[in-house]
Design a protein around this ligand. Structure first.
Ligand code: FAD
Length: 467
């Protein structure tokens, strides 16, 4: 599928959006809404500079990179990212190579985007600059402490009250928006793993004879290790200057942690003590990692407040395990869908319809992605069992036969069941989904409203005549 520039419909009515949270979802949403002329205020609790200091990598699947292309980011994306060519899969404890997988160009062409890696902070800065350039107002150190959907206001920690037409809760998995729509109930299930997020400087890898292997592969490569309750991902970021490293280990029972707070590097060494030699070395060279908990997430039923003017997006609406491939992609898709819907705005009474349409369009997609991401994690960090043996055997056999290990039994991507799944995941076109809704339902509703108005008018004039 050829990439095409998105055609902008311009709304006849423009309104004021308040976005709580300047993470990837909030910033993408601010940009997308500004691109079609709505007024946007983003309220971010942290200092914008604190956020970009957090070091960690981000994987951008084709369904996300294609949205960034539509929005004109192709040159900037090229500057900050590395295109992923291949995945190498090994055993965590021994380093034994199970096999490799090179992304099929046909698959990527059909999906309409590339699979790329970058620093999370670079992605965030890119979106923030673009949103500000497009005219979005972004206020840092503006923590929202309460939301009043009925009066369409939010109150800041400074006691300032700000009003708008629509409030967007983009304040992440532990924000107040999710709490409000969950009715104060926790949606958290049991903790499954601890997750560590860090970066290893590229020169330390290049200068070490044992680690140089990771920069010497033909394709820009992501390395994945499968182990007993553990899994590690290593992939180049920042023009291959550095390597991002994500580590999943059994849950240690400690608190939830956060993206911003690091734990000592000695902790990582301890967590990775049963890993192969190269991983143990990487654990000594990495920056102090952030530690988060991978919690089995319950799904939020309502993303729109009953009063019809508060909508949740991003991880506030649909939380994924930390480090998920689709983590940032879902926020971008949300932004693209929301802006497409609000590009048709011409009267106030459409607002709740558009917010509920957003939920209808996005909920199944995000629920499917959550199941897939949890499934991926279980697949990678399986304890020793017959299923794990079958997984390793199947990969080894394909590798020995010179085939891609993540494809079908013939090693190809096309026409397999797995490819059907990937096609659905990567081939999703957020703007087309919103356009289809508009053509199928939105236009019909407008016609029905028009018809009701005409009927009313004719009844009134008939009544007037008979009087
Ligand atoms: C600092 C930080 C670093 C991250 N680093 C990585 C990484 O390296 N790799 C990776 O894969 N993922 C990372 N993530 C997670 C990733 O951004 C998300 O998984 C995904 O992009 C969806 O983001 P989101 O915008 O929905 O939520 P989040 O990324 O959680 O963003 C929510 C934003 O809302 C703000 N906020 C929360 N409460 C309030 C409030 N009451 N008032 C105002 N603002 C509020 C937060 O400060 C935050 O900026 C990081 C997240 C954060 C916050």
């Amino acid at each position: 599928m050829a990439v095409r520039a998105s055609i902008q419909a311009v709304p006849r009515l423009t309104i004021d959006f308040i976005i709580i949270g300047g993470g990837i979802a909030g910033l993408a949403c601010a940009l997308a809404l500004r691109r079609i002329g709505h007024r946007v205020l983003v309220l971010e609790k942290d200092d914008g500079t604190d956020q970009v200091k957090v070091a960690g990598g981000c994987r951008l699947p084709p369904n996300m990179s294609k949205i960034l292309k539509y929005w004109g980011f192709e040159p900037q994306l090229r500057d900050i990212s590395v295109v992923s060519g291949a995945t190498f899969l090994s055993i965590y404890e021994t380093g034994f190579l199970l096999g490799t997988h090179v992304w099929d160009q046909e698959v990527l062409k059909e999906a309409g985007g590339e699979f790329v890696f970058c620093h999370h902070a670079d992605l965030r800065s890119m979106l923030r600059e673009a949103a500000e350039r497009a005219g979005a107002q972004i206020r840092d150190r503006a923590q929202v402490v309460s939301i009043d959907p009925t009066n369409r206001t939010v109150t800041l920690a400074s006691t300032e009250v700000i009003s708008g037409d629509v409030i967007i809760g983009a304040d992440g998995p532990s924000g107040i928006s999710r709490e409000l729509l969950a009715g104060g109930q926790s949606l958290n299930g049991p903790a499954r793993h601890a997750f560590y997020n860090t970066v290893v400087p590229g020169d330390k890898i290049r200068n070490d004879p044992e680690l140089r292997y990771f920069v010497e592969q033909e394709h820009h490569t992501q390395f994945v290790w499968f182990g007993d309750g553990h899994s590690v991902l290593l992939y180049p970021v920042g023009g291959q200057e550095d390597f991002a490293m994500n580590i999943y280990a059994p849950d240690d029972g400690e608190g939830d942690g956060s993206w911003e707070d690091s734990v000592p590097i000695s902790r990582l060494r301890e967590v990775m003590r049963t890993s192969e030699k190269r991983l143990q070395k990487l654990a000594t060279l990495a920056a102090a990692p952030a530690r988060l908990r991978v919690i089995e997430q319950g799904e939020l039923e309502d993303w729109v407040h009953n009063d019809g003017r508060l909508l949740l997006i991003g991880e506030a609406a649909h939380t994924l395990p930390p480090g998920s491939i689709q983590g940032s992609a879902m926020g971008l898709e949300d932004a693209a869908v929301l802006a497409k819907l609000f590009s048709h705005l011409k009267s106030e009474d459409q607002i709740p319809n558009f917010l509920y349409a957003f939920q209808d369009l996005r909920q199944n997609r995000c629920s499917g992605v959550l199941k897939q991401e949890m499934g991926n994690l279980m697949f990678m960090a399986m304890p020793p069992c017959p299923m794990q043996e079958a997984r390793d055997r199947s990969m080894r056999e394909k590798h020995e036969a010179g085939l891609n290990v993540l494809g079908n039994s013939s090693g190809g991507d096309s026409n397999s069941e797995q490819w059907e799944e990937i096609k659905e995941l990567w081939g999703y076109n957020a703007e087309d989904e919103a356009d289809n809704w508009w053509v199928e339902w939105g236009v019909l509703r407008e016609r029905a409203k028009e018809r009701a108005r005409e009927l009313n008018a004719s009844q009134l004039s008939n009544g007037n005549v008979s009087n």
